[in-house]
Design a protein around this ligand. Structure first.
Ligand code: 5AD
Ligand code: SF4
Length: 448
């Protein structure tokens, strides 16, 4: 005889809405969360008003990222007034960093789940439905969600992200990531290759292998250059990208593999953070300006056409005007194609918060950041102008924002090109001649 539980053991069609902030890693995690929840009977909705459960996947990298989430939480309390049964969960880095603090003092949060506890989300939801708070912020040494097939939420159907590792062991002085995402662990390469192959078979034409520091990927005999080669071998029609590399260990072996395969894109994101040796040392970056520039030169030797992009921090602890001008001069020397540029934001618990004074006042940080941004604008225009006249292969991503009659897609160097639609569609490879540019976009014409 079969006993029926009084209450369904699964979500039984309850609707889940998920909102994602922060990096690509978080975007990938949200896709894993949806997959786990669907396995338990929950249905994904894109309409927040239909949701029975709202999860907010959060970022802690800078204070303004967290401030945005607090703003969203007050909006959630309004939604709860209309629908008292609504369950609100905070997941991701902010959940890990603030833990119980997120459910204290009338925040309206029912669930708190850190990046390694997503398998327990269905249980946490049930706990919340029973009227208690569901919290799990255990970090793991093994969890990679290796076998979970993410539900693709970003549906351009052409490019997808694949997380190949989790966590970070680098402990850059300013960075909260090692505390919120735990120690580094790599995912079984077979599961990565089979995920990439499935994507390719479903029409995807580009995968980006993701990790906080992909160069330290290591699983059994397989390190990152081998993994890249394994994914590149799936098909010459599958483009392969990766993010992010740490300058201290981007190896010649990797550059050699990148140069060997046409379908490995010629673009490297290599965060410099600063151009001053003094600052790099204080940041615990474990390389010097000279080392960094030598790596840039090595990239040029293997791949003369490789685009280089970076991350930069303005106003780190004790940064002098001379240190700042070293950052500007590094930018000129490298000639970055583009950059993500930030003001230093002190994060509680990090090495720099514990040991150094956050002593550059905010106006001065803003001034330095603006100088960095202005220079980068100029460098981006120069980098785009250098493309004019070149013939490039573009992978079409979809209709251009400007006009229905135009398509947009990227070159191997990761630059966006807009060109006439004709009979082409997303997923096609088109050879174009670059005819013009703005600071953010290239314009091209198909060459037959
Ligand atoms: N303040 C400002 N920027 C930061 N980053 C990481 N931590 C901080 C911080 N505390 C930047 C770095 C990193 C990127 C992801 O975010 O440039 O490469
Ligand atoms: Fe943060 Fe440094 Fe790790 Fe990147 S490498 S996540 S900046 S600690």
């Amino acid at each position: 005889m079969e006993f029926k539980s009084l209450r369904p053991l699964t979500g039984e069609g309850k609707q889940l809405f998920i909102e994602t902030y922060g990096c690509q890693m978080n975007a990938g995690d949200s896709e894993i969360v949806v997959s786990i929840m669907q396995e338990h009977g929950y249905r994904y909705t894109e309409d927040i008003n239909k949701a029975d459960i709202i999860l907010i996947n959060t970022c802690s990298i800078r204070d303004n990222a967290e401030q945005r989430i607090w703003g969203r939480l007050s909006a959630m309390r309004q939604l709860k007034k209309r629908k008292p049964s609504l369950i609100v969960g905070i997941i991701g880095c902010m959940a890990e960093r603030l833990k119980e603090q997120l459910i204290e003092k009338g925040t309206g949060v029912d669930i708190v789940a850190g990046p390694d506890s997503y398998r327990s989300l269905p249980d946490l939801v049930r706990t919340a439905e029973d009227g208690s708070k569901g919290i799990n912020v255990e970090l793991s040494k093994e969890e990679t969600y290796a076998e979970i097939a993410p539900v693709r939420l970003d549906k351009n159907g052409v490019s997808a992200f694949i997380a190949i590792m989790r966590g970070c062991n680098n402990y850059c002085a300013y960075c909260v990531v090692p505390y919120t995402r735990g120690i580094e662990r790599s995912r079984d390469p077979q599961t990565i290759v089979s995920e990439a192959r499935t994507l390719f078979e479903n029409g995807y034409r580009e995968v980006t292998l993701l990790g906080q520091n992909v160069n330290s990927y290591s699983y059994g005999e397989v390190s990152f250059p081998e993994l890249m080669a394994m994914v590149a071998e799936i098909s010459p029609l599958l483009r392969v990208r990766f993010a992010t590399s740490h300058p201290k260990d981007i190896s010649d072996r990797l550059l050699e593999v990148m140069a060997r395969y046409d379908n490995i894109c010629k673009a490297i994101h290599l965060p410099a953070q600063s151009g001053s040796n003094e600052m790099l040392k204080k940041m615990n970056r474990k390389y010097t300006r000279e080392w960094y520039l030598e790596r840039i030169a090595a990239i040029g030797r293997y791949m003369p056409e490789c685009a280089i992009t970076t991350d930069l921090i303005a106003g780190f602890c004790g940064e002098t005007l001379e240190d700042h001008s070293q950052t500007l001069s590094l930018m000129r020397q490298v000639g970055y194609a583009s950059a993500f540029m930030f003001k230093y934001s002190e994060r509680p618990g990090t090495f720099s918060a514990r040991h150094f004074a956050d002593d550059i006042d905010d106006d001065e940080k803003t001034r330095r950041l603006n100088e960095i941004i202005a220079l980068q604008n100029q460098l981006s225009i120069e980098s785009n102008q250098a493309e004019v006249g070149k013939i490039r292969e573009v992978l079409v991503e979809g209709i251009s924002k400007r006009s229905e009659e135009q398509l947009c897609g990227r070159t191997s160097q990761n630059k966006m090109v807009v060109f006439d639609r004709k009979n082409h569609k997303a997923g096609d490879y088109i050879t174009v001649k670059i005819t013009g540019c703005s600071s953010a976009t290239l314009f091209g014409e198909e060459v037959l």
